[in-house]
Design a protein. Sequence first.
Length: 398
Amino acid sequence: MKIRKDYMIKYVESVPYLIPYGQGAAQKLNGVKLDDDGVILWNALCDGNDEASCVQALAKAKGCEEPTVEHQQYVSDFLHFLEGMEIIDCRERHLIGPLEDHDLFEIAGLTLMFNGPREYIPPELEPYRVDSAMQPVNYDDLETGNHPNLQRVEVVLSMPRILGVGEILVRTNKEIIYVDENHYHYLFPWNQCVHEVSVRKNGTKVVIYAATEELTDEIIVREIYEAMYRGFLVFALSKGLYAFSSLSLQYRQKGYLLIEGAGEDWTPLANDLAALSNVKRCNRRTNLLELRDDALWMWNIPWGSITTEDAKFPMQVGGVILLRQSEDNQEVQKIPSDRILLMTLGLVSPTYSKELTEGGIDFCTRVYTRVPIWRLHCSQTPDALEFVQQVVDESISS
């Protein structure tokens, strides 16, 4: 059970109040008038007691050897009230679907196990589905870390809350990311359904907290889809796989990443390239890269892939194209360090931590030693198609 630390008991004319201060006061959070029993329970909570211990503490303060039903009901109502005020977080939440229901998906050589209603499974995951007819799962065994290549995703029904856990890493207009010793916590203040996602730092477990009442399945599925995206990126990074916001094309049996300049949209050019007879477009949003066997490989993942062929197998990467819009078509001869840093601008980090930022730069440095990285200034005209093709063809033939 977590308790906000920015609340205090203050007596005003002998009446006890629970008053916010610091961040709580800045957020205009409400105070609460307590009775004597409420003071006893608040002090018990601050001492780290759980609900059962609070019941015992209240009974003892009342001079009873054993708690009564009334004591239990009072504590339950008190905790429910404080949780509704977002002063405490009991975390006594339940899975939407029974634990026995699980669906397995193989993505980038990793296994994702989904616990939740099947109607909430995003359709983009279907090409990655594997046979779920397996022996009953020992969930206690999953908690021991004996399955390092399996990520368990739980969908949990809970009411929305905005309670930070740990240290703030990122705060944007879409999300707030906190980190503690073992987890990343994502809060989504403006979502309709998924309001919080908790991800173990090694990515092996993701808990998606959702409020589904009076929402359409379409809204629920879309927000669960995006929540799973963040959890999977943490898992992939823990295995040395890096995600890039980029377009990708398959040309001459190899994949080529097209990383766009800031604020630019190269989708029209990518569509024109994909229309060529010897080019196949693979992905439009996120590409997952892995360095293995002295080569660079690209995995299709459900978040952005528009092909279902060979979804479970990687494709070798032939090069990375850093695009910038220009009136003329030309290759800019940047020094290696510049090209490496420009490539890092395409990295998708699930947490933007110092460690992941440094790791991303190191990864791009190793990519540079395996495949060419081109800096191309291009127009979005038919001439640009021929120019991009020419640059790649010259590299292949040399």
